[in-house]
Design a protein around this ligand. Sequence first.
Ligand code: CP
Ligand code: NVA
Length: 307
Amino acid sequence: MNSFINISDLKKEDLRFIIDSAKQRKSNRGEKQHSEPDETQPLKGKTMIMIFEKTSTRTRISFDLAVKQLGGSSIILNQDEIHYGKGDETIKDTAKVLSQYADIIMIRTASHKNVIEFSKYLEIPIINGLTNQGHPCQVMSDILTFEELKGDIKNKTIAWIGDGNNVSNSLIEAASKFDFYLKIGCPKKYYPNSAIVKMAKKNKCKLLITDDPIKAAKDSDCVMTDKWISMGDKVDKNKKKRILKKYQVNKKIMKAAKSDAIFMHCLPASREEEVTSEVMDGKQSVVWLQAFNRIHAQKGIIEWCIK
Ligand code: CP
Ligand code: NVA
């Protein structure tokens, strides 16, 4: 039994198992309908409980489909539907009860500490479906998408342009595990999590953080960005948007990247803020495949968790 909380918690071979198993299952499915189960069903008879303290379109639906395709069933709960969310029960007590009802938990919450606290008392695996600190499921899906289109991510160059947020933190953790070169173009005020950067440097991660977006994008194989204001971001929104304006991914940024570079965004996007519609709807954009691959990457994650 394994939990999937931070990419940095996993060994390189476990992360590779997740990606390869996702690729294999995706290719084996052929033309099956969305809810039709795979040939082999490791979740048969098993249940996943999903708890959402924040809104979600992709994570909610792609996990539900992933569970169905692996032969299991899922129960989706919003924060205000359960005692833990309303503060009427401790995390410890909720964890003990849920361990008897389900085989695996997925949680999307603001506090990263809550996921770790939950995992201490659960007797079943837990998957981090996004916290303010990380979004590891998204990054695994992005690696799957990158490799599907461009081959092995090892030694490739990924550029992250914009806010140093939860997705960028998980991407930093992934860089040293998958051996890619990560260049982050971000204003100093909104740098990624300093503890994660420190750990990456200690792990000899090939990481450049610069406040020059063109330098970050230059010669990259993939340009990524995300919303400037994340869910629950308690900042002066107008000020942050003003500071991030020169980090918008537009034609000029994409021109600095390799001519065959791809553009990625985890979505949802604020068009004309962090990315122009011209780029998002352009030939280099792979955002819809990224969203679709959430199903497949998460199947790999679930399979690894219940191993
Ligand atoms: N990318 C992502 O996690 O999207 P949702 O917020 O819609 O789940
Ligand atoms: N950084 C964004 C990701 C949304 C999927 C957020 O946390 O809101």
